[in-house]
Design a binder for this molecule. Structure first.
Ligand code: SAM
Length: 276
């Protein structure tokens, strides 16, 4: 860890390697060491654990993860960051492996291995797609042990939303069916360089045990149809989904209700009755 403590401040690293933030790559860097340590504490002790990090950039969060004792496998799309990350690998005694590439294409399970924690200050343009991939795998429990992810606050709120709120929708149902999701804390836009337009928040997600016999494709079909016309009654919005209205009838869900009023358990029950 001593090598990590001797590292120059991040701002110097960025200046030395000419890492001006690229908007196209969703680059909003964090420099505040206390905030970065706070994020690295969200998954619990990382001593000797493996962490898969998306978008290490100049390595602020990566430093905090390595400082917490983790072995880090990181995927970064911006090749300009690789020399700075190589310095970090050396300072950590070889506990950082960087894959140069696109997180949407990398086989994270093969790279990081089962049981890894995923921790990332996500590029906003790919954050939701990555989350849906991680939550949407057929195999459950998944290969990852937990997700600690920075999102735009509005997206974080959609992940943890309760029924009856305007933020409640497909993302909440998927996340809360498959996992326990909580908003750990919000992060002010001024913590980032450059500051994004909106506030951010860190979400912590841990896989939950799954009830048997629910097909992901069915749940997705129902939530897409129901929330696609969220102001309409279910008898209207689910009309085009084969078997859905029958399922409502069998469970005793009033077809005059609207999507927003259904609990996650009720959506899951409909999907289960629709078959495997
Ligand atoms: N982790 C750093 C921090 O906290 O300061 C940087 C976070 S910045 C919000 C997002 C990072 O993700 C950038 O370094 C960007 O180059 C990288 N990135 C963007 N799209 C990516 C992709 N598809 N795959 C991997 N990395 C990506």
């Amino acid at each position: 860890m001593d090598g990590l403590k001797a590292l120059p401040p991040l701002r110097d690293v960025i200046a030395r390697h000419g890492l001006s933030a690229s908007k196209a790559l969703g680059q909003n860097f964090l420099f505040d060491g206390q905030l970065l340590d706070r994020i690295a504490r969200v998954p619990g002790s990382l001593e000797s654990e493996t962490v898969f990090e998306v978008g290490p950039g100049p390595g602020g969060l990566t430093r905090a993860l390595l400082g917490a004792g983790a072995n880090v496998v990181a995927v970064e799309r911006d090749r300009r960051c690789l020399p700075a990350l190589a310095e970090l690998d050396e300072a950590s005694g070889g506990r950082l492996r960087v894959i140069s590439g696109d997180a949407l294409e990398v086989d994270a399970e093969a790279e990081a291995g089962r049981g890894a924690h995923i921790v990332a200050n996500l590029p906003y343009n790919v954050g939701t797609a990555l989350l849906v991939n991680w939550l949407g795998s057929e195999a459950w429990p998944p290969w990852w042990r937990s997700l600690t992810l920075m999102f735009q606050k509005e997206v974080a709120e959609r992940i943890v939303a309760a029924p009856g709120t305007s933020a409640y929708g497909r993302l909440a149902v998927l996340a809360q069916w498959r996992a326990t999701a909580r908003l750990a804390f919000t992060v002010h836009r001024s913590a980032f360089v450059p500051p994004p337009k909106v506030m951010s928040a860190v979400v912590h997600i841990v896989p939950a045990a799954q009830p048997e016999g629910v097909k992901l494709a069915n749940l997705e079909r129902i939530t897409a149809a129901a929330f696609g016309q969220r102001r309409k009654m279910l008898r209207q919005s689910l009309k085009g989904v084969p078997g859905a209205l029958d399922a409502l009838d069998r469970i005793g869900i009033d077809p005059q209700r609207r999507a927003e009023t259904l609990s996650v358990d009720e959506f899951v029950a409909i999907a289960r009755i629709m078959g495997r």
